[in-house]
Design a protein around this ligand. Structure first.
Ligand code: C2E
Ligand code: MG
Ligand code: MG
Length: 728
């Protein structure tokens, strides 16, 4: 039987196997029980039957039916009894009561007890068919509804669960931007009780700084509901006495709720999802901080310093004011790092940073450029004297020693200062000029400050070009040794030569060692240069020895850094052996300052050289510290009296220092060489004082190997040679 198309549920319920209808016929008239299935037959319908209430209950207890066609009057009870049973068992079978009773009471009683329909006997088959059809349809509808609402309830439970347990803050606002719903996340995030928030304005939660912006946005939505939006804002916490009262930064996704059934659409409010991004914000802040600060000291770094300097320059320009830039470099910092380790070095840098900070005012910027270099920006000064004052303050602040794990350390700094606009009007120029001025302080004794001056710039440029040229000079074979003779008065002959290094610069001509040796030391080239000198001098001495000058001694100058080399002793001895020279004919000249630095290491190396038979001379004796104690510690063999004392000799008065040096040499059993002898009187005075070996322009200037060979063979001047006008 085709079902009317306006009964979709019935049709589905009846046509699907799962929705097939089971019908129970309860009637004591067995003929009727037999005929009804035929009358009511339809695809999917199955029938069972019984003749009294108790059998019906027995059947129903075992299985479920869709419909019961129930006779009112049954042998053991009325149909009402079964209806009562069904109600008590909360069964939802549809029931059609069939009865011969024409009393309306029976119908009412049955319908009250939950029967779905009442058909009075005698009935027309079509009447019963309709009643069955409609009861089954109704039941199918009910079943579907029940399933749907169960699904709805489940879905609602799921969505509620999702919203209520969301890690995001989810809320709805009414058209006046007051909370109509907020999920429990609000309690953990901001500490508000969510019930008390209902009806409260959303703006009450927004930090003052953001209120205006958010209010504008909400109003705009109200007047002209638009599309979804996303903003970042800060929400305040419920309790400002909270251990962490900082606001919570969130990104808010706003979705306007609009009722489209009213013309253009009526604004109902807002659906909002806010995500806590405070952690991300903090991480971003840390990253930004790290990008602009030095990790060791937390001071601004080079980038931030440049930024602030540029800003300060622009402001000073506008206001017609001055500013100062300081370049500060810690003196001998490498010593701390090398001797005590990096942890101590770091501790010292932090300590210095703190001391420097304490000397500055609020608006000043102290930055660490890296290593032991700091810069200071004094953004608002009247005159250069203000910077002068601060520089002095910094030097004073470092007077107190620092407490390191290894004990106290007195740190000093070299400071260069440049002034805007006098010394430059860009951040680069001012920093570079302060650096150049600092560099100058370094070279003239450290622990001081100095202002930039234009001539320093030229010196600096020259120095840079020396550096660059020096790096390639060895490869280009631009060095040459000159030799200055050392003459023995008593033997009236040349007993030795001092090798003195010359740089034949391709453009600038010959450059003296006083200019380039310190540069070579600073840029780390001195080791290679000393090796070259050692090799060339030894090979030249070998040649002279082969030429017959068997007793000739060769003096070489070593740089302080050479004594830092672990292999220096081995290296010197190897070279001497390679050229088959007697070690006693090589003399290494060291300076007094070298012995002051790391005296025990140098003393050990001097001793090893002396043990190997190599001579060691103290050059420029008397100019340095002249502490006699180190003569005991350092087993040197020769003292070279410095030129400055020799130049004071005039042949008439006795110089007390020179006589003292003579006494020292005698006392320690050291040989003596006087250097810088320019005049016959000086030679005579020295001779009279008991100094035998002399070196100086009076006898010969330093000259190349070929000329030197002639001078060694035929020394032009001896004390009795009375020709003082001779100079080479
Ligand atoms: P120094 O070792 O004290 O050398 C003596 C310097 O005095 C030489 O200068 C020499 O030319 C100069 N001199 C010699 N006699 C007289 C004189 O009668 N009057 C005057 N006014 N000067 C005289 P030079 O060659 O310019 O060397 C300067 C310094 O450079 C040397 O002083 C030495 O400390 C250093 N030096 C030279 N060659 C080398 C080298 O191969 N290696 C190292 N590390 N240093 C070197
Ligand atoms: Mg020398
Ligand atoms: Mg000297």
């Amino acid at each position: 039987m085709a079902l009317p198309s306006d009964q979709p549920f019935a049709s589905r319920a009846e046509s699907q196997g799962a929705g097939a209808s089971r019908i129970l016929i309860v009637d004591d008239d067995s003929a009727l029980r037999l005929s009804l299935p035929h009358i009511l037959n339809s695809p999917g319908r199955t029938f069972e039957d019984c003749g009294n209430v108790s059998d019906a209950i027995a059947l129903l207890s075992k299985s479920v039916f869709d419909l019961i066609i129930l006779d009112y009057r049954l042998p053991d009870a009325t149909g009402l009894t079964l209806l009562d049973w069904l109600a008590s068992e909360k069964r939802d079978e549809a029931v059609i009561i069939i009865s011969g009773e024409d009393a309306i009471d029976a119908a009412i009683g049955a319908l009250r007890r939950g029967a779905d329909d009442f058909v009075r006997k005698p009935y027309h088959a079509a009447q019963l068919q309709r009643a069955v059809q409609s009861a089954l349809h109704k039941r199918a509808l009910e079943t579907t509804n029940r399933a749907m609402s169960a699904r709805l309830r489940a879905s609602e439970r799921l969505h509620r669960y999702l919203v209520e347990s969301s890690p995001d803050l989810i809320f709805t606002l009414d058209a006046n931007a007051r909370f109509s719903y907020v999920n429990p996340r609000i309690e953990a995030l901001l500490g508000f009780n969510r019930q008390t928030l209902i009806g409260q304005p959303f703006l009450a939660l927004v930090m003052t700084e953001d209120t205006e912006r958010v209010q504008g946005l909400l109003q705009a939505q109200h007047h002209n509901p638009g599309s979804n939006f996303s903003i970042e804002l800060r929400l305040r916490r419920a309790d400002s006495t909270h251990a962490n009262p900082s606001p919570v930064t969130v990104t808010l996704q706003g979705i306007p709720m609009i009722n489209r059934s009213f013309g253009q659409g009526r604004y109902l409010g807002l659906y909002g999802v806010a995500r806590d991004i405070s952690e991300r914000k903090r991480a971003e802040e840390i990253i930004t901080f790290q990008a602009y600060h030095d990790q060791l000291t937390n001071l601004p770094n080079r980038v931030l310093f440049k930024d602030r300097l540029e800003l300060a320059i622009a402001q000073a320009q506008r206001r017609g004011r001055a500013l100062a830039v300081m370049f500060i470099d810690v003196d001998r910092f490498k010593l701390v790092n090398d001797s005590y380790g990096h942890a101590e070095g770091d501790a010292l840098l932090r300590g210095i940073a703190a001391r420097l900070s304490s000397t500055l005012r609020k608006g000043d910027t102290l930055a660490r450029l890296g290593g032991d270099e700091f810069t200071v920006l004094l953004p608002d000064i009247d005159t250069a004297e203000d910077a002068d004052f601060i520089a002095r303050k910094i030097l004073d602040a470092l007077e107190e020693p620092f407490e390191l794990n290894h004990g106290e350390f007195r740190a000093t700094v070299s400071i260069g200062v440049s002034i805007f606009p006098r010394d430059g009007n860009t951040a680069e120029a001012l920093t570079q000029h302060a650096d150049i001025a600092m560099y100058r302080v370094k070279r003239s004794g450290k622990n001081a400050f100095r202002f930039f001056a234009p001539e320093l710039d030229t010196e600096h440029r020259d120095r840079l070009s020396i550096e660059n040229d020096l790096r390639v000079a060895l490869d280009r074979d631009e060095f040459e040794l000159h030799y200055q003779t050392q003459v023995s008065m008593s033997q009236r002959k040349v007993v030795g030569v001092e090798a003195l290094l010359r740089w034949n610069h391709p453009e600038n001509g010959q450059i003296g060692p006083d200019i380039f040796i310190p540069v070579a030391e600073e840029i780390g080239l001195i080791g290679d240069l000393s090796d070259w000198v050692l090799e060339s001098a030894c090979s030249q001495l070998g040649r002279w020895r082969r030429d017959g000058f068997k007793d000739l001694r060769m003096s070489l100058n070593l740089a302080p850094n050479d004594f830092d080399r672990k292999d220096i002793v081995r290296h010197v001895i190897d070279c001497i052996n390679r050229h088959h020279l007697p070690p006693s004919q090589i003399e290494l000249e060291i300076t007094e300052s070298m012995m002051m630095n790391d005296s025990s290491r140098v003393a050990m190396r001097v001793k090893q050289l002396r043990d190997a038979g190599v001579g060691v001379a103290i050059d420029d004796f008397g100019t340095g510290y002249s502490a006699l104690a180190y003569l005991q510690k350092f087993p040197v063999s020769v003292l070279k009296i410095d030129r400055s004392f020799v130049s004071e000799l005039n042949g008439k008065t006795i110089n007390p220092i020179v006589s003292a040096i003579m006494g020292i040499a005698k006392g320690f059993d050291l040989k003596l060489i006087a250097e810088g002898v320019e005049f016959a009187e000086q030679a005579n005075s020295l001779n009279a004082l008991g100094c035998d070996v002399m070196q100086g322009y009076y006898f010969a200037r330093p000259v190349g190997a070929v000329v030197a060979t002639g001078l060694i063979a035929h020394p032009p001047r001896m004390p009795d040679n009375n020709n003082p006008s001779w100079l080479q």
